[in-house]
Design a protein around this ligand. Sequence first.
Ligand code: HH2
Length: 281
Amino acid sequence: MTAPIFRCGRFTFDLSRTIVMGVVNVTPDSFSDGGSHFDAARAIAHARQCVADGAAIVDIGGESTRPGAAEVPDADELARILPVVESLTAAGIPVSVDTRKPAVMRAAIAAGAAMINDVAALTAPGAIEVCASAGVGICLMHMRGEPRTMQQTPVYDDVVGEVRAFLVDRARACEAAGIERNRLAIDPGFGFGKTPAHNLSLLRKLETLVATGYPVLVGLSRKSTLGLITGRPVGERLAASVAAALVAVAGGAAIVRVHDVRETVDALKVWQAVKGDLDRR
Ligand code: HH2
């Protein structure tokens, strides 16, 4: 079988081994690291450290999507992220931009972003078109509702089936708009309109998403479900996050989105040493 690949602009990732995406939030209010990298120089330094630690790609976000977060105007989001995207792109680093807004996507792509990570799965009017023509990689994430309200009693009959159906539907809409399949990844959106029980069901049944054939991206790093399981506050969820990443890799995740790159990369190296080259073929 040929190795699965993920195309993101001028970068092509070999997904026969799980790759790591480092989170860089250029926000004052992100749930786990809000404010730590809220100026361009610090964000750039942090992103470079992520790459030095083994991240294949860095995900730059200028708007928090934590439960209850308010929307940030386009101009503010762009002012936060563009200097970071430009600098990292100039240094040859693969950059993903975490945004729901077509205008932000367009400007980020013009500044060199190789991937768009959209927690709203390109549902904003015009979002698919912006990404289709640009050749960027795309992550389509499932979210029930929107960040301001999404944790108000989310209800599903069959969370795994509903999330899968939504993601396949969005991926097909992208393909119908001319986006090649190998530019798409899907993500169940842990914590986005889901209870801890929903999150655990999705993780337990990750292979249902993997079986769609689209690479699956998993973001569990430092999330509240891990806090609930361990009883730890957000700053003390490193071990839980690494464990969750490994569970995701065992379930077939192609990309793990994490805050603690160095520790996650070490854990993956152990996994991959045991499994050899065959873990995701
Ligand atoms: N989680 C967050 C943000 N973006 N994107 C994808 N594809 N998957 C995720 O699970 C995901 C995501 C939330 O984490 P973080 O960026 O650290 O927090 P905030 O949204 O508060 O900035």
